[in-house]
Design a protein around this ligand. Structure first.
Ligand code: ADP
Length: 275
């Protein structure tokens, strides 16, 4: 089996059962945490360049079942990302106004502009996940959405948005553990929701819906991140972002050098006019 995180190539068939939720890439926890810290610093530097150069936007799409660790991943990334230029966009049950529009309307409004970084906590994929599982719209409506999503994401990429799509992949047992922990630990109890236990009854339907989304929307590849071990999840997501941004570094540095030269020339011209 390929090394985790598992990258879904365009056209690839996906069987989530085959992808190990507990994988750790052979890392020991201490070493993984040290490496994550190093990568986190590099991520911060790269994001700073993205921000200053203002040529590209960064969009991280985070999906995963309840308790998969979307909030925890975001908390972790925010240790390294600069609050200036970073935003989090959570997607909840659509409001009446949102539902009165096409499903991408609310999504497009919160995509990052050049220089900005946005993390989607859930995303437009809910419209082919929860919506499909619970038949919130007829099948002939949600079926068309895969193509609409591909077109939308292609448009973002054509407009210089770097799109990274992550599915946090946990096991059914790990989900049960995490839900039970919420009952036992006071500081986690606020997250308790009977809805999460109810959604669990639809585990297999969600598996099918996720597999369809991963297969049909793989033009911009998905990365399935094993998420039973939170420390490996943090390492994998941080590394993925760093590896995605690194190839842009030289171009951004070049742009910054040019901006610096222009600013210096303007300053010299201004000084020359001074008595
Ligand atoms: P969290 O993301 O932390 O679980 P909530 O408990 O508020 O936050 O859950 C958000 C809920 O909104 C989820 O159950 C999700 O399935 C639902 N949701 C998100 N987008 C849509 C959508 N387009 N249609 C219906 N439900 C949605």
């Amino acid at each position: 089996m390929a090394k985790p995180p598992y990258k879904i190539e365009p056209g690839e068939r996906v069987n989530l059962e085959d992808l190990d939720t507990g994988a750790d890439g052979g890392w020991e926890r201490d070493a993984a945490e040290a490496r994550t810290l190093e990568l986190g610093k590099e991520l911060g530097e790269l994001q700073e360049l993205l921000y200053a150069a203002g040529q590209h936007a960064l969009l991280l799409v985070l999906q995963g079942r309840d308790t998969a660790g979307k909030d925890g991943t975001i908390r972790h990334l925010l240790l390294h990302l600069n609050a200036q230029g970073t935003s989090i966009a959570p997607f909840k049950v659509p409001t009446p106004k949102e539902i009165a529009h096409d499903f991408l309307w609310r999504v497009h409004q919160v995509t990052p502009g050049r220089g900005e970084t946005t993390i989607f906590n859930r995303s437009h994929y809910e419209d082919v996940l929860v919506v499909r599982v619970h038949s919130l719209v007829p099948e002939d409506v949600w079926k068309l959405r895969y193509e609409a999503i591909n077109n939308f994401e292609r448009l973002l990429v054509q407009s210089n948005t770097i799109v990274v799509k992550v599915m946090l992949h946990i096991s059914k047992d790990e989900q049960e553990q995490r839900l039970l922990e919420r009952e036992q630990e006071t500081e986690k109890a606020w997250k308790l929701s009977v809805g999460d236990w109810k959604e669990r009854e639809h585990w297999d339907a969600y598996t099918k819906a996720y597999e369809a989304a991963l297969e049909r929307c793989s033009e911009i590849p998905w990365h399935v991140v094993p998420a039973d071990k939170k420390w490996f999840r943090n390492l994998a997501v941080t590394e993925l972002l760093v590896e995605t941004l690194r190839p842009y570094r030289d171009g951004w540095m070049e742009k910054l050098a040019k901006l610096g030269e222009t600013a210096k020339a303007e300053l010299a011209e201004y000084r020359a006019t001074q008595p």
